[in-house]
Design a protein around this ligand. Structure first.
Ligand SMILES: Cc1ncc(COP(=O)(O)O)c(C=O)c1O
Length: 336
């Protein structure tokens, strides 16, 4: 797929590394394991949204927008990266946020991504639910337009056909890097939330003729809801590009056994995975997405749930600033 046809702004520092995980491999007594470091995209602590925002904000600039409106949970990595990208491009940014947790503790309310959003100059609008957020976004867009501004709404997680182009680009980059290091992965495992990453990666691989299996680990909903989300983004991507992407239903693989009690609630297996990667590789995961995804990756390796895996790749999608919002979870009552 030729991505040069789409408006794009450069936000990434460059290609993210694809490298081996020798310490984890030794600890597990297993084969070659690989990690694709999209936690290292570079923009304000990095993460997967940077790739999507290159296209989402490319489209905003094409429309001459001067204010970005987006939405997410309080500890949204998407909101933080959108705020940073808007700042970089000289655009104002509103974020409509809601708390996914019934009674979040003090650090969840102030630290992590919420702290960074404020430092990045983003105006936050707290709403009671995702539904209330839809009304708030419409009201904000109306208010901005009434003052002569040109608002541009970036969907939650930038998970639409335009944002997914970022992961078509990632698929191309990954295939190039695999050739360079003589790796032939059978599977890529990642966290699936609003599903734009999963959909873009899967489409990008298939369009490039690769049959690497993409295994999504749901961080919240049942697998079927996630599969529907992936399909929706795939359809929107086909509309955006005018290129029908042939992805049969059985190629949309999502596992929901690692989500625990739902969005934003850490799992015991995720915590084990997070500490294991920290101590064997010096790589940090996050409690909301990548720790759960890594717990799934480890389980797939141990039990061959998706069949034998050759040179499996874990896609690290970032999210580490959220660690600081979970201080009480990781160090309850510790002073020093
Ligand atoms: C760190 C991290 N990983 C994974 C995801 C999931 O990506 P997607 O929403 O494209 O499924 C997100 C989404 O916010 C994220 O912040």
């Amino acid at each position: 797929m030729d991505l040069t046809a789409f408006p794009r702004v450069k936000l990434m520092h460059g290609d993210t590394p694809l490298h081996d995980l020798p310490g984890l491999g030794r600890a597990l007594g297993t084969q070659r394991l690989l990690i694709k470091r999209d936690d290292c995209t570079g923009l304000a602590f990095g993460g997967n949204k940077t790739r999507k925002l290159e296209f989402a904000l490319g489209e905003a600039l094409r429309r001459d927008a001067d204010v970005i409106i987006t939405t997410g949970a309080w500890q949204s990595n998407h909101v933080r990266q959108t705020a940073a990208a808007a700042a970089r491009l000289g655009l104002r940014c509103h974020a409509v946020v809601h708390s996914p947790l019934p009674a979040p503790g003090g650090d969840y309310r102030r630290s992590g991504n919420l702290l960074l959003d404020r430092l990045l100059g983003c105006t936050l609008h707290d709403v009671a639910s995702e539904e209330a957020g839809i009304e708030c976004i419409a009201a904000l867009a109306g208010r901005e337009a009434a003052t002569g501004a040109i608002p541009h709404v970036v969907t939650m997680g930038a998970s639409d056909g335009v944002g997914a182009l970022g992961y078509v680009a990632c698929a191309q980059e990954l295939l190039r890097q695999c050739r360079d290091i003589a790796a032939a992965p059978s599977h890529i495992v990642l966290a699936t939330g609003s599903a734009g990453t999963h959909a873009g990666l899967l489409a990008g691989l298939r369009v490039a003729g690769s049959d690497i299996a993409v295994v999504g680990i749901s961080v919240s909903e049942p697998a079927e809801s996630k599969r529907i989300r992936v399909r929706r983004v795939l359809d929107d991507l086909a509309r955006t590009t005018g290129t029908p992407v042939q992805v049969p239903d059985e190629a949309i693989v999502v596992l929901d056994d690692y989500a625990g009690q739902g969005y934003g609630v850490p799992t015991a297996a995720g915590d084990v995975a997070l500490r294991l990667l920290a101590r064997k590789e010096g790589i940090l995961l996050d409690p909301v997405y990548t720790a759960k995804a890594m717990s799934g990756f480890l389980d797939l390796l141990a039990h061959a749930r998706c069949g034998p895996m050759r040179d499996p790749v874990f896609l690290h999608t970032g999210g580490t600033p959220a660690l600081f919002a979970y201080l009480d979870h990781y160090l309850p009552g510790t002073a020093m």
